[in-house]
Ligand binder design. Structure first.
Ligand code: SD4
Length: 326
């Protein structure tokens, strides 16, 4: 974790001139839920800061909000310090890294990949599924074949040094137990709204560490890890996927906003639902982010420790989410 912070701090210092607000993020995270300004990009956890920076840069250079959320999370897919996203992520029980990702725009277009191996940028394959196929979701070998046909290079199947070390340590006991806010909860989910009110979102992960081979989480499931509707708003999720899938978490947030709840109220109600439907809520973490079409935002988690990055054209700040348990 120390190394990751150092990496983020260094990469942020590198861009502090372009993004004046970033320097604030290096201090104490702020506790604040604010409204209104567009474009707005939100993304999960502290690796959201460099991801947001690249997403905002894409917008500044004339990219669409869809381009922004794709470019943004590609940053995390390459972050060697992140052991929960991309091919450097922690493997399943068999020692194999399998990736999940989804992407969606506010007009209902969406694409996703699940249980994908050996591809560096699952988010870009998800976008190809959305744009180049009549389908929403491709999984496993079919997804890999599709990626190759689309020109994505096949990477060597080997664990990153960090993942290898952690996996060897885990194999000593081979116990499976999700640990709150530790490395296996670092998925990046990103949602954004542009100046015209168009929205898009993306979500990418290597999923839970040491999962069963073949396990798919919430991140590639439209409505669970991600949902976007220009008429209402957007939401994304991080945390123990099984608990999020069970309540269609991101869809639920958008539907609650459709019924008049603010993004914050919708996130809180969704976490209450999740807690009510989870057997041992004190043992698991899940967190949600939401924005509505006015550019208001919300965030809420089961436990303290969840944070997120809020990116505006002039600033990029790390904010602590409130939580159900204190
Ligand atoms: C999953 N939701 O596969 C992902 C894991 C995660 O932060 O969010 N980690 O269940």
């Amino acid at each position: 974790m120390g190394d990751r912070r150092k990496f983020i701090k260094q990469s942020l210092l590198g861009s502090a001139i372009l993004y004046p607000g970033i320097s604030q993020a290096l201090g104490k995270p702020k506790q604040e839920i604010a409204a209104g300004e567009k474009p707005l990009i939100l993304s999960t956890w502290n690796h959201g800061l460099p991801a947001n920076a690249n997403a905002l840069d894409s917008l500044r250079n004339g990219g669409s909000i869809l381009d922004a959320v794709e470019v943004g999370v590609r940053t995390t897919e390459l972050d060697l310090d992140n052991l929960s996203v991309g091919l450097q992520g922690l493997p399943d029980r068999e020692g194999i890294v399998t990736l999940d990702a989804s992407i969606m725009t506010g007009d209902g277009a969406c694409g996703s990949v699940a249980f994908l191996r050996q591809i560096k940028h699952p988010i870009s394959v998800a976008r190809k599924v959305m744009e180049e196929t009549p389908h929403v979701m491709l999984a496993g070998e079919g997804a890999r074949q599709f990626a190759m046909a689309q020109g994505f290079p096949l990477e060597k199947e080997e664990l990153s040094p960090g993942a290898e070390k952690a996996y060897e340590e885990w194999r000593k006991t081979s116990q499976y137990k999700p640990i709150i806010n530790i490395e296996n909860h670092d998925t990046i989910g990103m949602i954004g709204i542009d100046a015209d009110g168009k929205m898009a979102g993306s979500c990418t992960t290597s999923g839970l560490a040491y999962k069963m081979h073949g396990r798919v989480g919430d991140s590639p499931i439209i409505g669970a890890g991600l949902y976007v509707d220009d008429e209402v708003g957007a939401a994304t999720a991080t945390g123990l996927g099984e608990t999020i899938i069970r309540i269609c978490g991101s869809f639920l947030i958008v539907e609650l906003m459709r019924q008049g709840r603010s993004p914050q109220e919708a996130c809180e109600e969704t976490v209450r639902r999740l807690v009510a439907k989870t057997k041992n809520p004190s043992d698991i973490q899940a967190g949600f982010l939401a924005i509505n079409k006015e550019g208001e935002m919300g965030a809420f988690a089961v436990h303290p420790g969840f944070n997120f990055a809020k990116g505006l054209l002039q600033s990029n700040d790390l904010i602590d989410s409130k939580s159900y348990f204190s």
